[in-house]
Write a protein that binds this ligand. Structure first.
Ligand code: O7M
Length: 211
């Protein structure tokens, strides 16, 4: 079954926790990124940990190997279970994230191609394919690929094989959940759920689509 990952890009701490709690029965993981951590503080991780769902740190880590290592050590010390990193910084830097994740029995995912329109300015001509190959070579646990371009997911699947593909861009960005759910291991959904009048009902609806 395709996983449902809630992208909790909510700025208010109390609302973030409320949404996460109400959606918890219908989701498999929670992705937390800069919007929430910079607004609520890193201790939001402690508030969410009680839900018993894996927490993914979407910091799209993109620095030199030593700095990547320091960032990822802080991520896992805070209580996250997985981290998302960029691959364009090179194999040594990406591998630093993977090593730290695995040392903490966690996971690391590499961004292969992004979902927004502007992504095509740079993720073309084989760049995404190279990033997917890098993810495999670095022994990352999977890649991020765009729900807005299902044909690209299919192409990247040829490269990563059975590694996980997590895909943002359904709903608010226009990607069709039915199409994408068949191609990926997990769909990442933010606004369609957390901006809904009833986020739990919307999460439940997405959880039925992915079966
Ligand atoms: O459903 P949305 O559009 O409200 O939210 C999508 C989330 O996925 C949001 O947190 C984005 O930052 C993230 N995302 C993309 O939308 N596109 C990408 O290409 C990559 C990501 C992402 O999660 O990267 C790890």
């Amino acid at each position: 079954m395709t996983e449902l990952i809630l992208s909790l890009d909510v700025l208010d701490r109390k609302r973030a926790v409320q949404i996460a709690e109400s959606c918890a029965p219908f989701i498999d993981e929670i992705k937390v990124g800069y919007p929430l951590v910079l607004s609520a503080g890193l201790s939001i991780v402690e508030d969410l940990a009680g839900l018993g769902l894996p927490l993914i740190a979407d910091f799209k880590v993109a620095d030199i190997p030593n700095t990547n290592r320091l960032i990822c050590e802080a991520v896992f010390a805070a209580g996250f279970d997985a981290v998302i990193a960029h691959g364009f910084v090179g194999a040594d830097a990406a591998r630093a994230c993977v090593e730290v994740a695995h040392n903490h029995s966690g996971a690391a995912y590499i961004v292969a191609e992004m979902s927004h329109p502007g992504a095509t300015e740079f993720f073309h001509g084989g760049v995404a394919e190279s990033l997917a190959e890098l993810a495999v070579a670095c022994r990352a646990d999977g890649i991020i690929a765009p729900a807005t371009r299902p044909e690209r997911i299919a192409r990247l699947r040829e490269i990563v094989g059975e590694k996980a593909i997590y895909s943002p861009g359904v709903g608010a960005q226009g990607g069709d959940p039915d199409t994408v759910a068949r191609l990926v291991d997990g769909v990442i959904v933010g606004r369609s759920i957390y901006e809904a009048e009833d986020p739990a009902a919307e999460a439940e609806r997405f959880s039925r689509i992915r079966r």
